[in-house]
Design a protein around this ligand. Structure first.
Ligand SMILES: [Zn+2]
Length: 298
């Protein structure tokens, strides 16, 4: 049973908005691409885990803390006699291990993901003890991308390769089930301990002036060039109301402190639609509060 579904990642939504309107530095672009890939991998693993017995409790995306150290869990599964900790990786291409070191397809050293997994397991184990649960943990690195291969001279039972995903699930499904009250209590406790991080914390720095203004096509993230709202790129014809409302959503998420006014949204939309049209859409969908210079929509 999916006890805690994977939440929508607001950080990623904000990054998509920013990416369309601002030139990212090399590092920002790298982090953005990694986050997109990571999230896609997690969604893929969610689909894969639909094949898991309904009896178990699945908790996705937990950010927990033990003794001042925070650790993130992609997927945690509570089974009868143990907890499974899954770290989903979207690595692509031929990676290799020499000794304790991991290397990218181009031969550059990379972080050993097993170390991260061990850290996560240790911290979770201690947290569980504090919570009064003495339940063993089994951790796995899940490589979800079929284009991944790892050259290694030794066996790594904690690594599940793309070709092993189905068998791994089958193996899990043959274990005893029947959870009891205690298991549900544990799921509730962990869920309650999840730390909600501000999605704005890790975003690239940005300000209103530097962002490109205009209305963005929902299909390909290019800007509409004139008031017809016909995309020159994909040919889609966008409904005015939908386009303005989408722009308002972007504006208010990127700038939560700025007021929604006809002038502000007109400027944000790059003057593509007239103030009259903007005002009509806003007054139809929002409530006007305050008056004169302080008037804005909520
Ligand atoms: Zn388009």
């Amino acid at each position: 049973m999916l006890f805690r579904p994977r939440p929508e990642m607001l950080e990623l939504t904000l990054l998509h908005y920013l990416h369309a309107r601002k030139k990212f530095t090399y590092e920002e672009e790298f982090n953005y691409t990694n986050l997109v890939k990571g999230y896609e991998g997690e969604l893929k693993s969610d689909i894969w885990l639909k094949g898991l017995t309904e009896e178990w409790l699945i908790l996705n995306h937990l950010l927990l803390e033990y003794n001042g150290s925070t650790f993130q869990i992609d997927t945690l599964i509570i089974a009868y006699e143990k907890i499974y900790l899954l770290d989903v990786k979207t690595f692509e291409g031929d990676h290799s291990i020499k000794g304790d070191k991991w290397y990218t397809p181009s031969g550059k050293p990379e972080k050993n993901p097993l170390h991260q997994l061990e850290r996560c397991e240790t911290l979770l184990q201690r947290l569980l003890q504090v919570l009064g649960f003495n339940i063993p943990i089994e951790s796995y690195l899940i490589f979800i991308n079929p284009e991944f291969h790892l050259y290694t001279s030794s066996n790594h039972p904690t690594i599940i390769f793309p070709a092993q995903l189905n068998r791994f699930l089958k193996k899990l499904n043959t274990r005893p089930v029947k959870l009891n009250k205690k298991h549900y209590q544990l799921a509730e406790k962990l869920n309650a301990l999840h730390i909600e991080e501000s999605p704005y914390k890790r975003l690239p720095l940005y300000n209103y002036e530097q962002l490109k203004k205009g209305i963005i096509c929902p299909n390909d993230k290019t800007f509409f060039t004139d008031e017809t709202l016909i995309c020159k790129q994909c040919g889609c014809v966008e409904d005015v109301e939908a386009a303005v409302l989408r722009s308002v959503k972007e504006f208010s998420l990127l700038f939560p402190d700025r007021k929604i006014t006809t002038n502000n949204i007109y400027d944000w939309c790059g003057g593509v639609k007239s103030k009259k049209v903007i005002r009509r859409v806003l007054s139809k969908n929002f409530k006007l509060v305050g008056h004169r210079t302080s008037a804005h929509y909520v």
